[in-house]
Design a binder for this molecule. Structure first.
Ligand code: DGL
Length: 268
C-alpha cells in the first residue's frame, strides 16, 4: 500500500481527458495534476524544448512526493518519455505505447492511422511503437494542429469543424486503414465527429483509455495502490495567468474543478 498521489502532467487542460480515464480506472488514488498553460500549445514546438519543459515539470512533481508520474500529453511523451525514465527513479507512464499496443492488437488489415500534433507526427513515435510490436503493420500519420485550436475555443461540433476533420481524415481513409489512433489529448472530446469522417469499419482508439489501464497495471505490479478507505485528494496546478482552465476543464474532465493553484516554475 502507498497513499502518495499520482502526478499527471500536460501542456494544459488536454491531459484531463487522460485523468478522467485514470480516475475511472483507479478512483481511490489521489492526484496532483499539472497543466503548463503558460507554454501551451506544445504541439508546434521543437521537441527538444518540450523535452526540457517535461524535465522541469517531472522535477516539480517528484518534489511533491508522487509515487508515479503519467505524461498525459502525446507531444511530451514523444519528446521525453525514454529520457525521463532513465533520469527519474520512479515509475513513469506515457500515452503513446498503450495506444500503439491496442492499435496493433486490433488491426486486421495491418494498416493503422494516427491523427496527432505536428510534434508527435514529426517524432514518428507511434509508428516506431506499433512497428516494435509488429513490423508488418503500416502506420500512416496526419498532423491536425487546427483541431486543437478549435477545441480550445470551445468549438466541439458544427459544419466548419466537421469539414476540417474530414479533410484531415480523408488521406487516412484513402490508405484503407482499419484502426485510427487519437494521438492527441484533445481528440477524445470530438471523437464522434472524427468517427463520422472515418470510412465504415475503422475502429477509433483513444490513448487515454489505454493509458489508464496501464496506470492500474503499474500500480498493481509495483504494489503501490492506495488504501481503499481513504478519500482521494485532487490538486490542480497551472502555470498560466490568464488561462481559461476552470472554465473549460469541465469539457475535458467531465466534472467541475473548483480550484486551480497558480504556480510559477522557472522553465528556462
Ligand atoms: N497535449 C497535447 C498532445 O497530446 C496537445 C495540445 C498541445 O499542442 O499542447 O500532444
Amino acid at each position: 500500500m502507498d497513499n502518495r498521489p499520482i502526478g499527471v502532467f500536460d501542456s494544459g487542460v488536454g491531459g484531463l481527458t487522460v485523468l478522467r480515464e485514470i480516475i475511472s480506472a483507479v478512483p481511490n488514488e489521489s492526484i496532483i495534476y499539472f497543466g503548463d498553460t503558460a507554454r501551451f500549445p506544445y504541439g508546434p514546438r521543437d521537441l527538444a524544448e518540450v523535452r526540457h519543459f517535461a524535465f522541469k515539470i517531472t522535477e516539480f512533481l517528484s518534489n511533491c512526493e508522487v509515487k508515479l508520474i503519467v505524461v498525459a500529453c502525446n507531444t511530451s511523451t514523444a519528446a521525453s518519455l525514454e529520457d525521463l525514465k532513465r533520469e527519474f527513479d520512479i515509475p513513469i507512464v506515457g500515452v503513446i505505447e498503450p495506444g500503439a499496443r491496442t492499435a496493433a492488437g486490433n488491426t486486421i488489415k495491418n494498416k493503422v492511422g494516427v491523427i496527432a500534433t505536428k510534434g508527435t507526427v514529426a517524432s514518428r513515435d507511434y509508428e516506431f511503437a506499433v512497428k516494435k510490436i509488429n513490423p508488418d503493420i503500416d502506420v500512416y500519420q496526419v498532423a491536425a494542429p487546427l483541431l486543437v485550436e478549435y477545441i480550445e475555443r470551445g468549438v466541439l461540433d458544427g459544419s466548419d469543424l466537421k469539414k476540417l476533420i474530414c479533410e484531415y481524415v480523408e488521406p487516412l481513409n484513402q490508405y484503407d486503414i482499419d484502426v485510427l489512433i487519437l494521438g492527441c489529448t484533445h481528440f477524445p472530446i470530438i471523437e464522434g465527429g472524427i468517427k463520422s469522417c472515418c470510412n465504415e469499419g475503422i475502429k477509433v482508439i483513444s490513448s487515454a483509455v489505454e493509458t489508464a489501464r496501464d496506470v492500474r497495471q503499474v500500480l498493481g505490479a509495483n504494489q503501490i495502490k492506495s488504501e481503499k478507505s481513504l478519500k482521494p485528494g485532487r490538486i490542480f496546478y497551472e502555470t498560466g495567468n490568464a488561462s481559461k482552465f476552470l472554465e473549460i476543464s469541465k469539457i475535458f474532465l467531465g466534472t467541475e474543478i473548483k480550484e486551480v493553484k497558480k504556480i510559477k516554475l522557472n522553465m528556462y
